[in-house]
Design a protein around this ligand. Sequence first.
Ligand code: FAD
Length: 408
Amino acid sequence: MPDPVDVLIVGAGHAGAAVAIALRQGKFEGTILVIGAEPELPYERPPLSKEYLAGDKPFERLLIRPEAFWAEREVTFRLGTTIVSVDPAGHGATTDAGDTIRYRRLVWAAGGAPRRLDCGGHQLAGVHTVRTRADADRMMAELPDVTRAVVIGGGYIGLEAAAVLAKFGKKIVLLEALDRVLARVAGEPLSRFFEAEHRAHGVDVRLGAAVDSILGDARVAGVQLADGSVLDADMVIVGIGIVPAVAPLLAAGAVGGNGVAVDGQCRTSLPDVFAIGDCALHANRFADGARVRIESVQNANDQAAVAAGVILGKSVDYDTVPWFWSNQYDIKLQTIGLAIGHDELIVRGEPASRSFTVIYLKAGRVIALDCINAVKDYVHGRKLVVEGHKVDPARLKDPAVPLKELAG
Ligand code: FAD
């Protein structure tokens, strides 16, 4: 029987790549094997709904590291391979080809799969999700024949895809089931700003819109709404969130549910099994200790650094302030902190100027900022969030007062 792999990483995405990089940077000399379901070496996912979809960035520039980097550092990949079960007692993980890989430590970095619609017609050709390069390539191949597209879901991915397609001159209807876009992640002023921007770019944004079914024979032809109305469509893009890819770990007895539960060192309840990235359910100081899953590059990279640190024998805890970005048209949104549970909201600057900041407070302390084309607020706002001092709301609101002054 071959020796166990010292570190087996499941998932060749942002978090999987980052943990391998951090281990080698930390002079880890053991064997590292990365198992990835997709055929590609790790690549950046955010451009899939931005520059890559727009045709502005070729795939080669999305690679997190070139092939030679991995070879030089003796990080081995088995791509196009899925881990289907884990035997925690035997320290083994079994692939979809049926072979079992023994490990000393396992890092589960499997992200999530796009949530799919379950209504009639959801499987028709022309109905897309945006999670992988293959998803984006399929959409891009169809785009020349698309005149009308319906985007289902007013979260960041749906909004970004709508912005790219609108720039291509497609007729877009964006359907959001709630009464505003970004309702789960942002305050109302930000939602209204993005709704107005999309409408100004010709996107027909419909709120409180429930989908009944997708219509078509072999290929999508339209979307029927719950009110009986029908929208013609040559393409449907579904952006309604992800389901964390943790089934093999939960089946092996790991504690979890909507994700796999980890402690401050990214350890799951299974021996020698870590979990990081989109699939890791963790208590986050910036959510007042609530258990959350954070779907961002920051979280994937920083949890990877923690898991690698623990494997390297360091004393580390995951305690990084969350940050995120989104690009739509010429708008750059930068978010710092988590707006969860805010009890006060301040708009700093004029949304009409297309440069402003939404500041979220809880008990008088700044917990998050959404900065629209406002880089300085983003940079100095970080300190406000991290330090958690009470700040005078009148001064926060006044764009003439640099946040730098308030951050002391
Ligand atoms: P992933 O990058 O998804 O990697 C997981 C990998 O594991 C996948 O390749 C998957 O196929 C593989 N896998 C799953 N199950 C198995 C298994 N059983 N065996 C083997 N392999 C498996 N974040 C931002 O911060 N800013 C943005 O602007 C932004 N934009 C985004 C736009 C899009 C279109 C998408 C999809 C995401 C975006 N994100 C953005 C989120 C960010 O990309 C994710 O948070 C990040 O990719 C999470 O990294 P991860 O390693 O946890 O998961």
